[in-house]
Ligand binder design. Structure first.
Ligand code: ZN
Length: 164
């Protein structure tokens, strides 16, 4: 898939994540397992979270799909290991808002996710970038429905809980 229009540096960051994704190592005792599917591009992923004391101890993501979907999942794993569940849902909301056209809020460090900002100019690819985050939202809702509240989701992305 083409990433034409994205800055060269950002393209490098995305390809690094795609070739060498974070979260590749299996999690031994996942507290939650969710599967996500983006039928518009054929991207698929399995997300496992190991959670203890309200914190994400480890993230495992098995992502198969285009470079944007795999890179976004890798960045999620990179940024959320060690994060609290509330940090995780906040980052999901912020990233989803950025994909809908918002700027990164003042004081929030987007890390490598900044490299995906240009994706918002390509409506079909937004689904690729959001897949991991919609899957994460469901996983967090399975763990703590009160924290997540109403699931925002995305009308094109399918998520299935495997275990909660
Ligand atoms: Zn895709």
């Amino acid at each position: 898939m083409s990433t034409a229009g994205l800055d060269e540096l950002y393209r490098e960051v995305i390809l690094d994540h795609y070739r060498n994704p974070h979260g590749a190592a299996a999690v031994e005792h996942p507290a939650v397992e969710v599967e996500g599917h983006n039928p518009l591009c054929g991207d698929e992923l399995h997300l496992h979270l190991d959670v203890a004391d309200g914190k994400i101890r480890a993230v495992h993501i098995d992502a198969r799909g285009c470079s944007i979907s795999v890179a976004s999942a890798s960045m999620l794993a990179q940024q959320l290991e060690g994060a609290t569940l509330s940090d995780a849902i906040e980052l999901k909301k912020t990233f989803q808002a950025v994909m809908k056209g918002a700027e990164w809020p003042e004081g929030v460090d987007p890390g490598d996710l900044e490299a995906l900002e240009g994706v918002k100019n390509f409506p079909v690819r937004i689904k690729c970038a959001l897949l991991a985050w919609m899957t994460l939202e469901q996983a967090l809702a399975d763990l703590d429905p009160e924290l997540v509240g109403e699931i925002e989701g995305d009308r094109d992305i399918e998520v299935i809980s495997k275990k909660s």
